[in-house]
Design a binder for this molecule. Sequence first.
Ligand SMILES: [Ca+2]
Length: 326
Amino acid sequence: MWFRCCFVLLVFALMICMATVPVKTAPSTEIAENGAHHVAKRTGDTYNCKIEWIECTKIRIAIQIIIYITSANDEPLTHDLVTPYTIDDESDNTVLWSGDMVLPAGEMSASTPIIDLTSTISTVFGLDFIDPFLHKAIHEILGKCGHGTGDPHMMTFDGRKFTFNGHCSYVLSEECGNIDPSFQVTADFRGKNPNTPYEPPTRMVAFNITNYGKQLVRINEDNSVLIKGKALTTHSGRIGDNEGFVSRSGSNVTIYLTQPSVSLNWNRAIHGITIGLDDADLFGNVCGLLGNADGDPHNDFVMPDGFRTSDVDMFGNSWEVKGSCP
Ligand SMILES: [Ca+2]
């Protein structure tokens, strides 16, 4: 009798204990699965999410998250696709921003509003979201970004600022140490005064994006875009099967390369370009006017021969594309 009482009490205690243990819920997953329920059954659909660096300084970033569908049959979605996301500070796990990415029915791509965040020098931005097709939680470290605007004021990936008034074509960034690098972005610099295109002050006007020596995308001076030599006639287009994506909106051209993961945002209105390295393998392994992305701004002026200089013009001219000067 005594044993039976103890057993009943033990079971009762266990029931109370289980009832008070907080149940872990995953609301974000449920939202994503609900939103993706129908389209997830289509075959051949994949989903991509990219980060566009609008502005990047040591204490402030403005980014936009772009989502787009790469499906085998090019059919748009039949209903809205919603997936939640958060941006956090990896250094102390605080949530800095959260929202829903919405891809409307009938569209193949969409973007969030521009997200403007402040930070400290130690902040490490991270992005979490649910892949609505595979229902997998995805975590990305937001990469490093470098940019150039105006005539041209440059900032390397590590935050070093300088002004360089070249009038030829120059390597902004490329994978180091490879004759045919996995990616290379070059910019044509021309004079602000069209009558004197080779005199300062100059600014960037056109770009070539290549991988392994082959041209993927060309942005011309009139903002027309060529993808592998063919004119882009719509607001967006894919590069190859899965080599990247180009979208245009007003004076902006945005390009994403998948391998390696590099993003580029060109705003012709301000002659500003921002390049994002979204692949951590590139950190410390890139060269060009935007530096080496190893976290140290002091060692960014490395020339193609591996020597460092403190002379801005010597550094800039060393990255001239051979044969591009008049
Ligand atoms: Ca550096």
